[in-house]
Design a binder for this molecule. Structure first.
Ligand code: EPS
Length: 414
């Protein structure tokens, strides 16, 4: 089974990742992976740390001559900031009492993490719980995308709203749910809920040209001002992003067992991204307020193309825990980052038990654009895992044979 493990601290020497059971014969383009890593580091509202780092993948094993070999893949992502933290990250030297952190920042892993692991220095928790780890996940996701590209599966992501601005509110979404046809009107500044086509040429150019990864240029300036204002106040903002996947064959995942469901796995992959507090598939939360007759995506058949299709996609491409051939659409909400530059938050010193204010530390004001890239990678991993469960083989050649046979079978030609 495809799996991966990550290790590394935010200010340690770097991040180490191992991917196991990745098939042989997949072409790997380092520039493609580095491009995704650079995107994750970009975005309006990020902190000073990103000026220090320039993430580049360094394979240690499993890739040779531009192709995967079938052996475990391992890679290293260097933390350049380590040079500034050598003293505080030393492997052996004991740390003085003054350098230790005893005041947990609300919203972070600090509180539960230090109690759970019986650590007397919160730095041990915050170093590992940091979103720095998402660099590893983005590289893994890019590898999965490289595999799935061989089957025409494509990914796109965008930021839908930040700090309450944008099209994340219920009435707008509900209005658009019934008609997916109008999503074809690219460049339209009216947001189209989960029917928005992130693969549309104009929309994807907008996302590419936006420092906030927004599909609609009209919102760019307003949201930048909102982020500037939050920065002035020493505050942070969260937001919502969407990931879409197209050309996923019918039948990834299964209804036969709870832990075989594709949507369940996607939810885990996305919910485990730092600061994510909700994951929706298709119309998501709004589904709960729509009548069954309005919500369901009727099934049609296009004889000329020889394929089934839907005119709406409220299910977000997944029914009964399985892909149904439509675009898989996933939305995630990111909470405002918990490290604030002004000491607003009340907390308690775990050593003295006295009231204190959470300490300000260098941090991002808004990381939603970065999170959209991480989300894309997280979904790519889930899709790759279930794709390999279905068509699994040791090499790309074997997988292609299985895939082609299945596609013939479900189109009735076999
Ligand atoms: C993070 C705090 C910031 C972020 C970091 C995650 O780091 P620092 O305190 O060094 O400025 O920039 O994210 C990354 C380094 C990254 O690559 O995403 C945190 O506390 O989670």
């Amino acid at each position: 089974m495809l799996r991966f493990l990550t290790a590394g601290e935010s200010h340690g020497k770097g991040l180490v990742t191992i991917i196991d059971n990745f098939p042989a014969g997949v072409k790997i383009d380092g520039d493609f992976i580095d491009g995704k890593l650079a995107l994750r580091q970009s975005g309006y509202g990020r902190g000073a740390r990103q000026k220090i780092e320039t993430d580049k993948i360094e394979f240690l094993s499993g890739v040779r001559g531009g192709y995967t070999t079938g052996s475990p893949i391992s890679f290293f992502l260097k933390n350049k900031d380590y040079e500034n933290w050598k003293e505080r990250m030393d492997n052996y030297k004991p740390f003085s009492e003054e350098t230790k952190i005893h005041v947990p920042r609300p919203g972070h892993a600090d509180f539960a993490g230090s109690l759970k692991y019986a650590l007397d220095d919160i730095r041990n928790v915050l170093e590992r719980s940091s979103a720095r780890e998402t660099a590893s996940r983005v590289a893994v996701g890019a590898m999965c995308q490289a595999l799935l590209k061989n089957f025409g599966i494509e990914f796109a992501s965008a930021v839908i709203g930040i700090g309450g601005m944008g099209e994340i509110n219920a009435p707008n979404r509900r209005r658009q749910l019934k008609t997916s046809e109008n999503t074809k009107k690219a460049g339209d500044h009216v947001f189209k809920s989960n029917n928005l086509d992130l693969f549309d040429e104009i929309i994807s150019a907008n996302i590419h040209n936006s420092e906030l990864r927004l599909p609609f240029p009209g919102l760019e300036k307003k949201i930048r001002l909102l982020i500037d204002e939050a920065k002035k106040q020493g505050d942070t903002v969260g937001g919502v992003f969407e990931v879409q996947v197209k050309n996923v064959p019918v039948g990834l995942g299964s209804y036969i067992q709870w832990d075989e469901k594709l949507d369940g796995h996607i939810a885990m992959s996305c919910m485990s991204i730092q600061a994510i507090k909700s994951v929706e598939i298709g119309a998501g939360v709004i589904s709960s307020s729509i009548k069954g007759s309005d919500y369901q995506d009727s099934i049609f058949y296009n004889k000329a193309a020889g394929r089934y299709f839907r005119k709406t996609n409220n299910a977000g491409g997944i029914e009964g825990g399985m892909s149904n051939g439509e675009v898989i659409a996933v939305r995630c909400a990111m909470k405002p980052l918990p490290t604030l530059m002004k000491p607003y938050l009340n907390t308690v010193n775990l050593k003295t038990k006295k009231d204190e204010k959470a300490f300000p530390e260098r941090s991002d004001i808004c990381a939603v654009p970065a999170a959209s890239i991480v989300g894309e990678a997280a979904v790519a991993y889930s899709i790759a895992l279930f794709f390999l469960k279905k068509f699994g083989g040791d090499s790309l050649t074997e997988i292609k044979r299985n895939y082609d046979g299945y596609i013939r079978q479900i189109s009735g030609a076999a």
